[in-house]
Design a protein around this ligand. Structure first.
Ligand code: FO1
Ligand code: 5AD
Ligand code: SF4
Length: 321
């Protein structure tokens, strides 16, 4: 049974009205996603019609060294003998040109967070190239990509301060970091973000706010199924919404589902069920209204594409050639 307040929230959102924080949290009382999904799909159709967008981006992993140790991550690894700490500028340009030839419009720079704070190999490599920090090198690499290939860089390098973002803004079309979760609990011992200082919710929220002050078009989102509760998901989405209402810079909100990947500390952890993702996408649509881009990557849930669309998603995000 739906509580009275949940029913009111659903009706308000369905009418295109903004839900207060309390009204958004009342959606928690709607345990099964069907009613949420129906309302969210209607909102999404009003804002975006039947179109579902995606963008072709070439992926440039500038460095896979990272000072963090997120328990779900397959991207980062410690220094390996014989493996350079960074892609060279030539390698970056080669990847970008191949992407351009394959029809990409954007270059997605994703990288480990400030590896020079943890690894001598990263410090020495930066030193040899004449850069003080990974973000300084990123600026140079992005500048060359934009100038020499015409591809538009989107930067996803982890935490940044406002000055750096302003500098990076000149060599990119947009930037992003996943908030992942606003739950401090996940940073405690045993949690997926324990030992990853760059996943502290306050620090990530500060980066998203700095992007707002710097006027950087920004992508963020949440990672579901890493030990957070539904309430914490709504609280995370509310934190994103508050910053967007202040600055207007959030161009899309990603609802990404955790996948248990071999070789990670969470390789045996349970993955979130399809219904959890449908529930969360629908709640996000109802909280952000018809216009916001709500994105979920199709490759992480290939069996559930139709239910995700019916839950109010309008963007698949990145397609890699
Ligand atoms: O739309 C995006 N897609 C991003 N993607 C692509 C997309 O989310 C992928 O489909 C999933 O991460 C699955 O690998 C990334 C993939 C990675 O492996 C690492 C980092 C990213 C970063 C982004 C991002 O900032 N924005
Ligand atoms: C680039 C983004 O990819 C997400 N990410 C990292 N590892 C995983 C995983 N195992 N499953 C799903 N998403 C993941 C995080 O949200 C990160 O910020
Ligand atoms: S910050 Fe976490 S998710 Fe990002 S590369 Fe480092 S370990 Fe992986």
């Amino acid at each position: 049974m739906m509580t009275r307040s949940a029913e009111q929230s659903l009706a308000l959102a369905r009418n295109g009205e903004r839900l207060s924080d309390a009204e958004a949290l009342a959606l928690l009382d709607i345990a099964t996603p069907q009613a949420l999904s129906e309302a969210a799909e209607a909102l999404c159709l009003a804002g975006h019609g039947h179109a579902i967008t995606y963008s072709k981006k070439v992926f440039i992993p500038l460095t896979k060294l990272c000072r963090d140790v997120c328990h779900y991550c397959t991207f980062a690894h410690p220094p390996r003998d014989g493996t350079p700490a960074f892609l060279s500028e030539d390698e970056v340009l080669e990847i970008a040109r191949a992407g351009a030839d394959a029809g990409c419009n954007e270059a997605l720079f994703t990288l480990g967070d400030k590896p020079e704070l943890r690894y001598r190999a990263a410090r020495e490599a930066l030193d040899a190239m004449g850069f003080a920090t990974t973000l300084d090198y990123l600026e140079q690499a992005a500048r060359r990509v934009i100038e020499e290939t015409g591809l538009l860089p989107h930067l996803n390098p982890g935490l940044m301060d406002e000055d750096t973002m302003r500098r990076l803004r000149r060599v990119s079309v947009s930037q992003g970091i996943m908030l992942e979760s606003a739950s401090e609990r996940l940073c405690e011992p045993g949690g997926p973000h324990y030992g990853s200082p760059d996943k502290a919710p306050k620090a990530r929220l500060e980066t998203i706010a700095a992007a707002g002050r710097a006027g950087v078009p920004f992508t963020t989102g949440i990672l579901i199924g890493i030990g957070e509760t539904r309430r914490e998901r709504i609280e995370t989405l509310l934190a994103i919404r508050a910053l967007h209402e202040q600055y207007g810079h959030i161009q899309e909100v990603i609802v990404q589902n955790f996948r248990a990947k071999p070789g990670t500390r969470m390789s045996a952890a349970a993955e979130p069920a399809l219904d959890e993702q449908v529930w969360t996408i629908a709640v996000a649509r109802l909280m952000f209204g018809p216009q916001m881009n709500i994105q979920s990557p199709p490759n992480l849930r290939p069996e559930g594409l139709a239910p995700l669309v019916r839950a109010g998603l309008n963007d698949w995000g990145v397609s890699r050639p």
